[in-house]
Design a protein around this ligand. Structure first.
Ligand SMILES: Cc1cc2nc3c(=O)[nH]c(=O)nc-3n(C[C@H](O)[C@H](O)[C@H](O)COP(=O)(O)OP(=O)(O)OC[C@H]3O[C@@H](n4cnc5c(N)ncnc54)[C@H](O)[C@@H]3O)c2cc1C
Length: 276
C-alpha cells in the first residue's frame, strides 16, 4: 500500500496583545434607557433640537466630565415595541471621572445616576422625579469597545487572506483592509464578502470603501488640521509657483488629475465593466 504524502501548512496565530493590553484606553460605559408612559422627556428633546425624534444623530455633551453622548430612538425601535415605550442609548468615554452633577465616577454609578447626569446637561432636572420613576436603565462596562483604534503597525493585523493561504481567511475588525475604517458593521461585512468570494473563486467585488480621500472638503479639512490653519486659506498658505516652471507645474497637475481613480459605484458585488 502506498501512502499519499500530505503536505501540512503550519500557521502560527497569536493573539496580538497590543489590542487587549490597556483597558483604560479602550473602555466605555454604556447605558440603555427604557421609558414607559413618560412621553414628556422625548417631547422636550424634540423641542430642544427642533427635529423629530429619530432624525437627529447621536448628541454629544463635550462639556460633561464623562463625555456623554445620547441617542433618543424613534418608536417603535424594536419589533413589537409597545406604543407607550420609548428607548434610548447613551455612553460615556471617561468612566473613571467624577460627574459634574453626580459626584461619583461614572463606572460606580447606577443607571438612574447616569440618567440624572444626562438630565443635568440637558437642563431638564425638573423632570427627574417623573422620568426616573418611569424608566429602567441598564448599564454595561465595555472594556475593549475601542480596542480597534489602538495605535498599531501593519504587521499587527493579518490580511483577510494571509499570503500563501488557500483555505483560511480572517474576517471582522482586526484585519488589514486597505483604506477601510474599523468600528463599523461595513468593515465586518466587507471582509466577510472578500474572504468568501476570494476563497470560493466567485468573480465578485466586495463592498467598496466610501472614497472620502477624494473629497475636496475632506482633503481641505485635513490640510488645515495638519498645517494648524484656522479659518479660510489665504494665498500665503499655498505653495509658491515659479513662473519659469509654469509649463512643468501644469503638466504635473494634469498628470495628477488624470491618474485619479474614477469615483467608485459603491454598489456591492458589481463587476467592473472591463472584467465582464
Ligand atoms: C455600543 C456599540 C455601538 C456601535 N455602533 C455602531 C454603529 O453605529 N455603526 C457601525 O457601523 N458599527 C457600530 N458598532 C460596531 C459594530 O457593531 C461592530 O464592528 C460589528 O458588529 C462587528 O461585527 P462582527 O460580526 O465582526 O463581530 P461581532 O458582532 O462581535 O460578532 C462576533 C460573534 O462571535 C461570537 N463569538 C465570540 N467568540 C466565540 C467563540 N469562541 N465561539 C463561538 N462564537 C463566538 C460572539 O458572541 C458574537 O456573536 C458599534 C459597536 C458597539 C459595541
Amino acid at each position: 500500500m502506498s501512502l499519499t504524502p500530505i503536505r501540512y501548512h503550519f500557521l502560527s496565530i497569536r493573539i496580538n496583545e497590543k489590542f487587549i493590553s490597556d483597558v483604560d484606553k479602550t473602555k466605555w460605559v454604556s447605558f440603555f434607557s427604557t421609558i414607559t408612559d413618560c412621553p414628556e422627556f422625548y417631547d422636550l428633546i424634540e423641542k430642544l433640537s427642533g427635529r423629530p425624534i429619530g432624525t437627529n444623530g447621536i448628541t454629544s455633551f463635550p462639556e460633561s466630565n464623562w463625555d456623554i453622548s445620547y441617542l433618543a430612538y424613534h418608536s417603535p425601535y424594536f419589533p413589537n415595541q409597545p406604543e407607550n415605550f420609548q428607548v434610548g442609548w447613551g455612553y460615556g468615554l471617561w468612566g473613571e471621572r467624577v460627574g459634574i452633577f453626580i459626584k461619583k465616577p461614572m463606572c460606580d454609578c447606577t443607571g438612574d445616576e447616569m440618567l440624572l447626569e444626562l438630565l443635568y446637561h440637558l437642563d431638564m432636572l425638573d423632570l427627574k422625579d417623573k422620568l426616573l420613576s418611569h424608566t429602567y436603565v441598564s448599564t454595561c462596562m465595555m472594556p475593549y469597545i475601542t480596542s480597534q483604534f489602538i495605535p498599531r503597525e501593519i504587521a499587527d493585523r493579518p490580511k483577510v487572506i494571509p499570503d500563501g493561504c488557500t483555505n483560511l481567511a480572517f474576517i471582522g475588525q482586526f484585519v488589514e483592509t486597505p483604506e477601510d475604517a474599523v468600528f463599523t458593521v461595513e468593515t465586518s461585512c466587507r471582509t466577510g464578502m472578500y474572504a468568501a468570494y476570494a476563497l470560493s473563486g466567485v468573480e465578485k467585488k466586495s463592498l467598496e470603501v466610501a472614497p472620502t480621500f477624494y473629497d475636496l472638503r475632506y482633503i481641505i479639512g485635513q490640510l488645515k488640521k495638519v498645517q494648524n490653519i484656522k479659518g479660510n486659506l489665504t494665498s500665503k498658505d499655498l505653495q509658491k509657483i515659479n513662473p519659469l516652471k509654469s509649463k512643468e507645474t501644469e503638466k504635473q497637475l494634469l498628470t495628477l488629475i488624470n491618474h485619479l481613480e474614477p469615483y467608485p459605484s459603491l454598489y456591492p458585488g458589481k463587476i467592473p465593466p472591463n472584467k465582464k
